[in-house]
Design a protein around this ligand. Structure first.
Ligand SMILES: Nc1ncnc2c1ncn2[C@@H]1O[C@H](COP(=O)(O)OP(=O)(O)OP(=O)(O)O)[C@@H](O)[C@H]1O
Ligand SMILES: [Mg+2]
Length: 255
């Protein structure tokens, strides 16, 4: 069974950047295999990781929805599983599945349940499952992977942002998700002192503070993957510290 890690938080707090840096940290700090899932319809985790994604799960759902002769004798569930595997982008020790944007009208509840089921089955082959979620609270309820071992709630370095992080935590409980151990990660921190009170008020366990790092913003500005961050990057170092505190790595990197 993999260690299942979710990343949540309001828009623009750095979820995708954190996910990409965490994945790199896991690649370099463990010998493990990783399944990364981009659960944001506006997929961009692949860009942060520098991996091309030709097709998404939403594309597969569209194909399954379109009436046509199914391959002889293949039940719909098996067909979805087969097609899910076909959209998985495989690289050494890191595979990526992008959910994509469901198009057109119609209820996706049935396929979403199936996807959830198949995703759990697929994830069993890996050491880590890392899910980058869509921004905002309302989407968490239809999150593709609901049963996690840990969730990192990202916040920007503002009092208002931290209040939102606290509300996200409450909502997770309200709608009955199983987030596992929940960690607050405050991103783009310049000075943490004015935030201490608001951090305590969230009631969340602090996973760590990621500094505002020009290297991260510059790579994003030029559409370059975060794999290009130098090993000494302050943000990357801070993500390593978070991963170590959360027990995901032992704090060392292999290269
Ligand atoms: N530690 C950091 N230092 C500097 N810039 C950062 C840092 N983390 C993220 N950014 C920048 O902040 C912006 C938003 O980051 P990102 O896309 O990771 O957020 P997000 O929460 O995934 O957004 P969305 O809600 O749209 O999915 C990007 O331009 C990114 O380069
Ligand atoms: Mg994002």
């Amino acid at each position: 069974m993999p260690v299942r890690v979710a990343i949540a938080g309001k828009g623009g707090t750095g979820k995708t950047s954190f996910a990409a840096m965490l994945i790199r940290t896991l690649q370099e700090g463990t010998g493990g295999t990783i399944l990364a899932v981009d659960a944001d319809p506006n997929s961009n985790l692949h860009e942060a990781l520098g991996i091309a994604v030709p097709r998404t799960v939403a594309d597969v759902l569209e194909e399954v929805k379109t009436p046509g002769p199914p391959p002889a004798g293949m039940p719909k569930s098996q067909l979805i599983e087969y097609r899910l595997r076909s959209v998985l982008v495989e690289t050494p020790r890191l595979d990526l599945l992008s959910m994509g944007t469901p198009e057109g009208p119609g209820c996706y509840c049935f396929p979403n349940d199936l996807i959830r089921h198949h995703l759990a089955a697929l994830a069993r082959d890996y050491d880590f499952l890392v899910v980058d979620n869509e921004a905002g609270m309302e989407h968490l309820s239809r999150r593709v992977a609901q049963d996690m071992d840990m969730t990192f709630v990202l916040s920007d370095a503002t009092v208002r942002g931290l209040r939102t992080a606290g509300r996200i935590r409450a909502l997770v409980d309200e709608i009955g998700l199983k987030p596992g151990r929940v960690w607050l990660v405050v991103n783009r921190v310049v000075d943490r002192r004015p935030l201490e009170e608001a951090i305590a008020a969230t009631g969340l366990e602090v996973g760590g503070f990621i500094p505002d790092d020009k290297g991260v913003a510059d790579l994003d500005l030029h559409g370059e993957p975060l794999a290009r961050l130098p090993a000494g990057s302050p943000a990357l170092q801070a993500v390593l510290a978070v991963a170590t505190r959360a027990g995901l790595t032992d704090g060392r990197t292999s290269d």
